[in-house]
Design a binder for this molecule. Sequence first.
Ligand code: AMP
Ligand code: MG
Length: 487
Amino acid sequence: MTKTNEFGWNFDNSYTNLPETFYSNTNPTPVRSPEMVKFNESLAKSLGLNVDALQSEEAVKTFSGNEIPAGASPIAQAYAGHQFGHFNMLGDGRAILIGEHITPNGERLDIQLKGPGRTPYSRGGDGRAALGPMLREYIISEAMYALGIPTTRSLAVVSTGQPVIRETNLPGAILTRVAASHIRVGTFQYAAKWGTVEDSRALADYAITRHYPDIADHEDKYLSFLKAVINQQAKLISQWQLVGFIHGVMNTDNMTISGETIDYGPCAFMDIYDPETVFSSIDVQGRYAYGNQPGIGGWNLSRFAESLLDLLHDNDEEAVKIAQDAISEYPALAKGYWLEGMRGKLGIFNAEEQDENLVHDLLSVMKQYKADYTNTFRALTREAHEESVLQGTTEFNDWYKRWQERLARQEQSKEAVLELMRKNNPSVIPRNHRVEEALEAAQQEDYSVMDNLLEALANPYNYTSVQEEYCKLPDSSGLPYRTYCGT
Ligand code: AMP
Ligand code: MG
């Protein structure tokens, strides 16, 4: 296959220096008539790519996997994972890593096609993806990025001109995903279960070099590595909680070592505040409900720690103790990040012991009155209490008085308080009914609805009429919103 560097790609393939057990050389399966349906110009620019060339017919060949760009060396990555608590061998069954693009400022980013055809890890699957779920990943990942939450990003979606067969025939598509890497907790589980200690060490050294170079010369570098991942995930999941994001499928194969959000399947944002909120149709037990996410993060990190035991100490008992000590720090870390974020949402600059109660009491009033999560904080930020269902209730009035007293105990001006709140309270999130509306229009080849939505989501902390339009709640249909994995 081919070709030149006219698109600005600057590929390297460091992952293929790892032992062969970690990947399989795999080319995408060409598709019939690929067409670009969505291209992320600003992301392309920030990657140092040639924006014009990438919108040409030639570029579509790359984004569809019909051609391999010069310098790329496509692979499917091996990994395992606990899916809803059950351990399985997995791997890239419908994704192929084209290569690592090195940006002009030296950043190394994975360029991955999602939906490019079968790989050695596809098991019974077709290795393909449907248009709706790929556009959904595009919208939500870009919204997360704009919210300031670490995430993989979406560079392009092409339609393939071929149907994918699910319950019905759906239009096929391929998403180009950009990630700090695709190394997962499940990649380490795979190494621990089926590789040698040297394989695990090679993977850990690779991940450290790539994501945590500062700890490379630590004496206990694998313990530092474990702690660094724990810290990143504590931070990430707290950020999800603060904006009401529900990942939906927090299996260990969907948890990155870099600390980026990955694998936007049945994820969705919560409207009415309720810790038990679940959107995914397959999560019947509510394992990955909103309120369970921090705890599940801890469970997944324990699986990660287990997979590092051989690297932590030669003596098994010592290794377990070291791992447990590191994991025991997670709950306080996660709570600390969350509380810090909540203080920001309430305009609080310094820490007082009773802040946590103040936050919990607001949340319990929100739950009691079925208040919308985002709009409650939005109304507080805009001092537009008439917009909140809490307005006029005794419980809210009491809480409001305590909040005002709390604010009065800090020295910052009211303007500074409101500014802090605006920075921490998005005025717009990708609401489910808006995402669905955009996807429905896109199925009819009308991309204007999605473009308008993306424009509003690009500046979620702005409080202008652009965002205002997207704050409205859906007309109540009485049916709970359901999301599907889209595999
Ligand atoms: P996910 O639900 O996207 O996290 O995927 C879980 C596992 O199923 C991964 O190993 C995927 O590669 C695999 N998988 C999902 N969809 C397909 C498909 N259509 N064909 C082959 N493998 C798939
Ligand atoms: Mg996955």
